[in-house]
Design a protein around this ligand. Structure first.
Ligand SMILES: N[C@@H](CCC(=O)N[C@@H](CS)C(=O)NCC(=O)O)C(=O)O
Length: 215
């Protein structure tokens, strides 16, 4: 199977996670950020992730990909119960975290930005959506304080380092991509349990963290 992704994209990380967790091989293809034609030809719109299944058909939508791959061997892994407190935590944090993350994505060495045009496409589209990146970056200190405080609250919700709620569930699929992307932000305080969970999930899912490029 082939998975078409952007490296920075949290939905793409969700799709990648299930392959790593189940140790199923997949060929990763990073789309250029300004390549409209390739995804449109595959699924009728510019959106990632896209799975190309073994029968060559395309499957979009991260959660559809996760559930499709999880059930392939009739031994699903994501059988644990969800915790409404995690959904609530994610809803709150997702309300502001893009102001920390998106300006940093735009500066980073992701393959989707490997041409100047691809990077410029992302900057133009995202500044139109969330506002001036320099302005957001100037508020980094306050946003980093907010996320560090929220991570302290998250620390109390983590049951085990290898499964957020004690047994793997869809909550893990929603939480880990955000934690992975937060490793791009220098100066965040990581409480012990959250850091252990982040590192353990990176190993289990076979997905790199971004700490080495933190800004
Ligand atoms: N509901 C979709 C959302 C995927 C999504 O929003 N992907 C973004 C990247 S993070 C995208 O492809 N945006 C179009 C673009 O970058 O132009 C899913 O869960 O897969």
């Amino acid at each position: 199977m082939k998975l078409y992704i952007y490296d920075h994209c949290p939905f793409c990380v969700k799709a990648r996670m299930i392959f790593g967790l189940k140790n199923i091989p997949v060929e990763l293809n990073v789309l250029l950020s300004d390549d409209v034609d390739t995804p449109t030809r595959m699924i009728g719109q510019k959106m990632a992730p896209i799975l190309q299944k073994d029968d060559s058909r395309y499957l979009p939508e991260s959660l559809d990909i996760v559930h499709y791959v999880d059930k392939l061997d009739h031994k699903p892994l994501l059988t644990g119960k969800r915790n409404p407190a995690i959904e609530e935590w994610l809803r709150k944090v997702n309300g502001y975290v893009n102001r920390l993350l998106i300006p940093r994505f735009a500066k980073s060495a992701f393959d989707e930005f490997s041409t100047p045009k691809a990077r410029a496409y992302f900057v133009e589209k995202k500044e139109a959506a969330i506002g001036d990146f320099a302005e957001h970056l100037s508020h980094s200190a306050g946003l980093i304080k907010n996320i560090s405080d929220d991570l302290l609250r998250l620390d109390k919700l983590i049951v085990q380092p290898n499964a957020l709620n004690g047994e793997l569930s869809e909550d893990d699929i929603h939480l880990f991509p955000l934690l992975r992307n937060l490793t791009l932000v220098a100066g965040v305080n990581w409480p012990t349990r959250v850091a252990d969970y982040r590192d353990n999930m990176a190993k289990q899912t076979q997905i790199n963290l971004l700490s080495s490029m933190a800004i």
